[in-house]
Design a protein around this ligand. Structure first.
Ligand SMILES: Cc1ncc(COP(=O)(O)O)c(C=O)c1O
Length: 344
């Protein structure tokens, strides 16, 4: 078996969820940030609900046996999608008033939840408060289990940023927080958090590591040294000869390339943990493998265990090296990489 595997910890996932107040919904769009939405949902039975991007993702959860509330964050794209929202008893975001037309035309007797989305400064999706209030009036007479007034922060990652608030009208619950706000902004009004990235053990707060935030590592992307060679000073390694040996060097080759989700943007020097040593990436990431400079670690042999990210080298460190964020690395872990869950 190819020794590139994502080891996933249910205990760490549950621990991270517990860092949030009760009433925190787990955001598991994009197949649970790449971890597998159904598995993640089944690991978090205490979550009052789950949020996904679209109806197709919600149906995967329902058909995977998830019976509790599921929120569709982008709401319906077409009026006919209200039929699925009703049939699968989904909660739906309404971010522009026209989305409500399809709901009001249907004579469905009861709805799971309507979340009116306010634009408080992200300027991506959402309505002004007055427009949202007209929506609240239009649905006033309907049987709806949950009415929620929600907004999404653009700058919660910056602990010094002033966050724009919105107050829910009577009869509506309030939902504002993402991971960063839920973990750091205890001064905000009590509201239902919608937590994503922190559940998976990465930090989205500037200047604070996952450790600082009390989060545990959920994913270890593990590989193994499958070849070793001596590369004389002046020779180069990999496509385009990007890395050139400044001394006689030992180069280890490991499975894990951009087709696995290990980004081709990783520069020389990106840290790779091999047998307890932090060793630098040397040369371009290929489709299926990487090359790492282990000259300083003579004990590294073929078969040595490696961690591309995880508990010894954090996904945030690796993401920073590649000028991206942990969200993108997690979401890009390819299907061909086996996910192996353990209880511990
Ligand atoms: C509307 C909404 N709420 C909550 C989240 C969760 O954000 P995070 O993963 O930063 O916790 C997202 C993710 O982008 C989102 O789009």
């Amino acid at each position: 078996m190819r020794p590139l595997v994502a080891h996933l910890s249910r205990a760490a996932l549950r621990h991270n969820y517990q860092q949030f107040p009760p009433n925190t919904w787990a955001v598991i769009k994009a197949d649970g940030y790449g971890f597998g939405a159904v598995e993640v949902a089944k690991t978090l039975p205490d979550a009052p609900g789950f949020a996904v991007a679209c109806i197709e993702e919600a149906i995967v959860l329902r058909e995977g046996g998830i019976q509790g509330p599921i929120l569709v964050l982008e709401g319906p794209f077409e009026p006919t999608e209200w039929m699925d929202i009703g049939a699968y008893q989904l909660d739906a975001v309404v971010h522009r008033p026209e989305q409500l037309d399809g709901l009001l035309e249907l004579r469905q007797r009861s709805w799971a939840g309507i979340w009116l989305k306010i634009d408080t400064g992200m300027h991506r999706l959402g309505m002004s408060e007055p427009v949202a209030l007209t929506c609240a009036q239009r649905i006033a007479g309907l049987a709806i289990q949950r009415r929620v007034w929600m907004a999404h922060f653009a700058c919660a990652d910056d602990v010094n940023a002033q966050l724009p608030l919105s107050a829910a009208p009577p009869g509506f619950a309030l939902s504002l927080n993402n991971s960063a706000a839920g973990l750091t902004r205890h001064e905000l009004p009590d509201n239902w958090s919608r937590a994503g990235i922190a559940l998976f053990g990465a930090s989205s707060v500037q200047g604070r590591s996952a450790d600082d935030l009390g989060l545990q590592c959920v994913q270890r992307l593990c590989s193994q040294v499958v070849a070793l060679r001596e590369v004389p000073q002046g020779e180069s390694v990999g496509y385009g000869g990007r890395w050139t040996a400044s001394r006689d060097s030992r180069i280890a080759t490991l499975p894990g390339g951009y087709a696995d989700g290990y980004s081709r943007q990783m520069p020389d020097g990106t840290p790779v943990m091999i047998q307890g040593h932090l060793a630098p990436l040397a040369g371009r990431v290929s489709m299926d493998r990487i090359t790492v400079d282990v000259t300083d670690f003579p004990d590294v042999q073929v078969g040595a265990a490696a961690e591309l990210w995880g508990s010894q080298v954090s996904v945030d460190q690796v993401a920073t090296a590649a000028n991206t964020i942990a969200y993108e690395l997690f979401c890009n872990v390819a299907r061909r990489v086996p996910r192996i869950w353990s209880e511990a």
